[in-house]
Design a protein around this ligand. Structure first.
Ligand code: UDP
Length: 313
């Protein structure tokens, strides 16, 4: 297949590039680099089946030649980034999705949307199943991401129903691993950075809010299976092993031997109190897919990557 990945220089996008090249496909990564980084794809520069196009996908997307699939992964993805780039976040989810869908239609390519657990907002149903409609504050600071992704899902299914486009939608739950931006503000990079500098970990609120962390290779395996599946409607991909942020902080301090403990900070506005994917649909439609990487193993790889990039070896 010849595949375009928008956001291909980002954290998940770049891991997808690696995986799809390893599977024998030709990959074009596209990125405007506001949160992505070419360091993530520098190792692919010598691969003749790989190319990179610097482009903002909210503008008309031109790609020469045929395409078999368009994977739309371009978006800021951290609550801190939504605060810094609120309009870009809305534009890439709305206008960028429109352009990427138009391209997929013109090329008769399959379209896969990277959606998010944020479509469930601060969920009142737990764990979250795909048929839950969510509890989203449209005008809060996170609304720029949540609503853009909800619009993106609606537009994707409108293209499927109106134009017969082949569509896939993955709702990605918290994912971590090597290449996460060190200063992206999310809990995994923050805690690892702080722990490696013997600083106390900044726990927001009382730390009783929960998340479920999925290692990036497990996420990528699910996305690739979804791409090759026949499921047009949203599928949750994530790891159902749920923990409180306080437990997560203790795990990071233990794994890194950080003696500095924790410090409390105010809880951000609209921070979801609980989040855990129900992955029974994924297991059913993706041939028994299930996350395989234990948290401690995935964190060990992530910490090693952070040490290297921070020059702490
Ligand atoms: N969080 C925290 N300390 C940090 C960063 C985040 O306690 O330094 C909390 C945050 O309030 C949230 C959880 O960790 O409850 C996950 O936050 P993240 O920004 O990673 O993403 P989210 O899951 O909220 O989209």
């Amino acid at each position: 297949m010849r595949i375009l990945i928008t956001g291909g220089a980002g954290f998940i996008g770049s891991h997808l590039c690696d995986r799809l090249l390893a599977d024998g496909h030709t990959v074009i990564a596209m990125d405007n680099l506001i949160t992505g980084n070419t360091d993530n794809i520098a190792h692919l520069a010598g691969d003749r089946r790989f190319s990179f196009i610097f482009h903002d996908v909210t503008q008309y997307i031109y790609v020469e030649g045929p395409l078999d699939a368009v994977l739309h992964f371009a978006s800021p993805a951290s609550p801190v980034d939504y605060l810094n780039y609120p309009i870009q976040t809305l534009k890439v989810g709305a206008l960028g999705t429109h352009k990427a869908l138009g391209l997929a239609k013109a090329k008769a390519a399959r379209f896969l949307l990277a959606s998010t657990s944020e479509v469930y907002g601060d969920p009142l149903v737990h764990p979250q199943t795909e048929d839950y409609w969510g509890n989203v504050n449209p005008i809060g600071p996170r609304g720029v991401y949540d609503e853009a992704k909800r619009f993106a899902e609606a537009l994707t299914l409108a293209y499927q129903r109106t134009h017969g486009l082949e569509t896939r939608i993955v709702r990605i739950f918290n994912t971590y691993g090597p290449r996460m931006r060190i200063n992206d503000g999310r809990v995994v990079p923050n805690f690892i950075y702080q722990a490696l500098h013997s600083q106390p970990l900044t726990v927001y609120g009382d730390g009783s809010q929960t998340r479920s962390f999925c290692y990036v290779s497990d996420l990528v395996e699910g996305v690739v299976r979804l791409l090759h599946s026949e499921e047009p409607e949203p599928v949750n991909i994530g790891n159902p092993a749920e923990m409180t942020i306080l437990q997560f902080a203790e795990t990071i301090n233990r794994l890194t031997g950080n003696p500095a403990g924790i410090v409390r900070r105010p809880l951000p506005v609209d921070d979801p109190q609980q989040r855990r994917p129900d992955i029974s649909k994924a297991q059913r439609v993706l041939g028994g897919w299930t996350p395989a990487t234990p948290l401690e193993q995935g964190l060990a790889s992530t910490v090693a990557d952070f040490r290297q990039r921070l020059g702490l070896l």
